[in-house]
Design a protein around this ligand. Structure first.
Ligand SMILES: C[S@@+](CC[C@H](N)C(=O)[O-])C[C@H]1O[C@@H](n2cnc3c(N)ncnc32)[C@H](O)[C@@H]1O
Length: 218
């Protein structure tokens, strides 16, 4: 990653993987060094889970779970929850933060997932991973996310976005607004989309929280 390629051109998946592993390794247990670590589940996810509680027969997975807060919210809502991240450091850290958690925390690569996970999960939660990969790799990233969802299952997607064609200087690379609908081309129907803003000092950041339903097979 260089200042010249903030639009993500030339950025490869191996480079992204090295970037993330490095962040957790260098943070060495200090969450202040992990830019996305809120140490709380996303409020929109929490609100959705209150209206859609799970049970032990419903399998959920949190993609690229980082320090585990969203995964814990899925488990508290009753889902039999798995969570994974590329970074072994992040996974060890999540387990340490939640020592009595029922969440099955695993080290895994979104682009090389266990075969047993294919179309296995009733509920898949994706937060901030799509925008973490260079824009050119969105089709591959979205397909990997989609592959985890059971036919008829639910996919939750929480992401930053920008207007189509707007300049971007990542990472992260907020999705172009039209790209928020990438899952429509992957066999999903949009059930609900909430476009809102998150206010940070001096910045208002467009966000989307979307609920997608995968078509039933056959
Ligand atoms: C911006 S963070 C978001 C973390 C978490 N989902 C959250 O919302 O706090 C992106 C996460 O993706 C993970 N990640 C990056 N590439 C990955 C890959 N190929 N497979 C699995 N996780 C990956 C990183 O380690 C990092 O934890």
């Amino acid at each position: 990653m260089t200042a010249e390629n903030g639009n993500g051109e030339g950025e490869t998946l191996p480079e992204r993987k090295a970037f993330f592993k490095d962040i957790y390794r260098r943070a060495d247990g200090d969450p202040g060094m992990v830019p996305w670590a809120d140490l709380a589940a996303k409020a929109k996810l929490h609100e959705w889970l209150v209206r859609h509680p799970g049970n032990e027969d419903l399998a959920a997975i949190d993609i690229a779970c980082g320090l585990g807060d969203n995964a814990e919210a899925l488990a508290v809502a009753g889902y039999a929850t798995t969570a994974f991240d590329l970074s072994d450091h992040a996974i060890r850290w999540a387990r340490k933060r939640f020592p009595h958690s029922p969440v099955d925390y695993r080290s895994a690569d979104l682009f090389n997932l266990p075969e047993a996970w294919r179309e296995h999960f009733d509920l898949v939660n994706e937060c901030y991973t799509l925008q973490s990969m260079a824009p050119g790799t969105l089709p591959e990233t979205a397909a990997a996310v989609a592959s985890l969802v059971k036919p008829g299952g639910t996919l939750l997607v929480y992401a930053r976005w920008r207007e189509d064609g707007a300049e971007v200087n990542g990472p992260p690379w907020p999705l172009e607004k039209s790209a928020l609908h990438v899952f429509a081309g992957l066999g999903f129907a949009l059930e609900h989309e909430d476009l809102f803003t998150v206010n940070r000092p001096g910045r208002t950041i467009p966000h989307s929280f979307a609920i997608w339903r995968k078509a039933k097979s056959g």
